[in-house]
Design a protein around this ligand. Structure first.
Ligand SMILES: [Fe+2]
Length: 168
């Protein structure tokens, strides 16, 4: 059935889809943190898992405020990025190379989230739901900060270590 008929409906549809992604991502980060060699990266994954759970809880509150009765929305992009976290663990023969590979998947999720939150925040602004727009924008900024932390760690440490592993 085609259920989305308005911009408000599309916004709710997107919020449900992000809710599913945040929950799945929180669990995946928590599981993956155990296999990470670099301590700083491990901390980013652990903190990221808690942040994603917090984002899911915020989204649940937003959906309730919007009168949405359902949180059930499959997100196949999140499923695929979580699969990528697992596939790189199967493929990487060196712990430092694995760390570098895990950063790729993490940053893919960050970029996906930045796009989603940014779009939904702009819908909320257009619909004159200013508090919702501000809250969504704030989460988007947190996703951006996490992405920058990962870039910095990759460029300053993790990729260089992975490079050495390739030389040996
Ligand atoms: Fe998040």
């Amino acid at each position: 059935m085609k259920e989305v008929a308005t911009l408000r409906g599309l916004m709710i549809y997107q919020l449900q889809s992000i809710f599913e992604a945040e929950n799945r991502w929180s669990n995946a980060l928590n599981e993956t943190a155990r296999v990470i060699a670099n301590e700083d990266l491990q901390k980013i994954f652990e903190k990221g898992s808690k942040a994603a759970a917090g984002h899911a809880s915020s989204l649940q509150g937003m959906l309730t405020d919007l009168g949405s009765t359902s949180l059930d929305r499959r997100n196949t992009v999140a499923e695929d990025i979580v699969r990528e976290l697992k596939e790189v663990q199967e493929a990487a023969a060196d712990p430092e190379v694995l760390d570098a590979g895990l950063i790729v998947a993490h940053q893919c999720m960050n970029h996906y989230m930045i796009a989603k939150y940014g779009t939904v925040a702009s819908y909320a602004r257009l619909l004159e739901l200013d508090k919702l727009a501000t809250d969504l924008h704030k989460i988007m900024e947190e996703e951006k900060k996490e992405d920058k932390r990962l870039t910095k760690l990759a460029e300053k440490k993790v990729n260089a270590k992975a490079r050495t592993a390739l030389i040996h």
